[in-house]
Design a protein around this ligand. Structure first.
Ligand SMILES: [Zn+2]
Length: 396
């Protein structure tokens, strides 16, 4: 048993307790109770940690990252060996955990390393966060797919989609990743351009459902977002060029579709950071996407369930702790919206809200202990947490 004394908790991320200072009791992998300070009745051998008012958050979620994405230099990235990708992935997963992200979703990868790493973490072979992974990114043949060798599996008819989905399912993926519009990062890709058809998006949804999975679909452009909403796709990745028509359709379809913005690289490049080896055309595309950031905020406030994603390289991510928190603040989200997106909203998108996403007796004890009050100043999230617990076990 562990007792976290004088834990500052945030009311909208804490269930079954009113107040802002608590004693948090953890038994094994679970939160046992959240109690007024000084009232916990626990056995003598209980390990007691006085937090002196540090804030305790539920474990954070990142629903859009790529485990092998070690560097923003795409030439270096594409030239790495399979073995190098594996070690890079272990490092990147560890970096997420260190920043308090106890659940991550790997949105497409090379050589199925996400599957191998997920299973290795479960087996205890290497430490890491809880991983949900797609295998390859399924995509229509489109401009710039060769930018990322081994990442894509090109599928060009509903039949090919069904076959590829079955293949991914057989490998043991958690969900299916698909590309419906052009990409910012793909050389010559046009983010606004639809690269699929209505029949293919519906075939994807049906194929994923038939194997008990869901699809996460990359869409910057509006036409792609509309098709996904119409087909009932679970997550629209990036969702950059949202407008009222998209919002209205998502809501009319009962909110089956959620969005996972990934503002980190957009704002990073817009601010002119890390230009490095990137081609100038990329900056034009970034500005095009950045111009729509306010539309994402509007979609969220209209009721579109909005999760957390970053889509950054490990190299940038590790040097800029909590960058996405700062970026979401910059585009107009409130602290409460930001904190919910990184916790309970993302848990809901994955269907994990009964065991994760808030602090509540009976939920898994994924705890992120931070100095400062992120509900008042979100930049408190731009430092490494003071401690991170995954299912009751201290990781950092
Ligand atoms: Zn991505």
């Amino acid at each position: 048993m562990k007792l976290f004394r004088n834990a500052r908790v945030i009311p909208y991320l804490t269930e079954g307790f009113s107040g802002s200072l608590a004693d948090l009791l953890v038994e094994g992998r679970f939160v046992k109770a959240i109690l007024p300070v000084g009232t916990a009745d626990c056995p003598e051998e209980t390990e007691i940690l006085d937090l002196h008012g540090k804030t305790v958050l539920p474990g954070l979620f990142d629903l859009h990252m790529h485990l092998y994405f070690s560097t923003e230099d795409f030439h270096v990235l594409g030239a790495k060996s399979q073995n190098e990708y594996v070690f890079d992935a272990i490092r990147y997963a560890g970096e997420f955990l260190r920043q308090g992200f106890t659940t991550i979703r790997d949105c497409g990868n090379v050589f199925d390393i996400g599957i191998a790493l997920r299973d290795a973490v479960v087996a205890g072979t290497v430490p890491g966060p809880r991983i949900f992974t797609a295998g390859k990114c399924l995509t229509p043949t489109a401009k710039g797919n060769s930018t990322f060798p081994n990442l894509y599996d090109e599928v060009n008819t509903p039949e090919e989609i069904l076959k590829a989905v079955r293949k991914e399912h057989a490998k043991g993926v958690d969900f299916i990743k698909y590309m419906a519009t052009g990409s910012v990062a793909n050389l010559n890709g046009e983010p606004g351009e639809l690269i699929t058809t209505r029949a293919e998006v519906f075939a994807l949804q049906a194929a994923a459902e038939s194997v008990g999975k869901y699809a996460g679909v990359h869409c910057h452009g509006k036409e792609g977002i509309l098709l996904c909403a119409e087909a009932g796709i679970r997550t629209v990745e990036h969702a950059s060029m949202m407008d009222d028509e998209c919002i209205e359709l998502i809501l009319r379809k009962g909110g089956k579709t959620s969005i996972v913005p990934t503002l980190d690289p957009v704002v990073q490049l817009h601010r002119g950071h890390e230009c490095g080896a990137l081609p100038p055309a990329l900056f034009r595309k970034i500005d095009q996407v950045y111009a729509h950031a306010a539309d994402l905020v509007r979609a969220t406030r209209a009721g579109v369930l909005t999760g957390w994603g970053t889509d950054s390289s490990c190299s940038f991510y590790a040097r800029n702790v909590g960058y996405e928190f700062d970026v979401r603040r910059e585009v107009g989200y409130t602290n409460e919206e930001i904190l919910k997106q990184a916790t309970i909203n993302s848990a809901r998108i994955l269907g994990l809200e009964d065991c994760l996403g808030t602090l509540r007796a009976g939920k898994l004890a994924d705890l992120v202990i931070v100095e400062g009050n992120p509900d008042e100043d979100i930049l408190a999230m731009c430092r490494y947490p003071w401690a991170v617990y995954l299912e009751g076990r201290r990781c950092y």
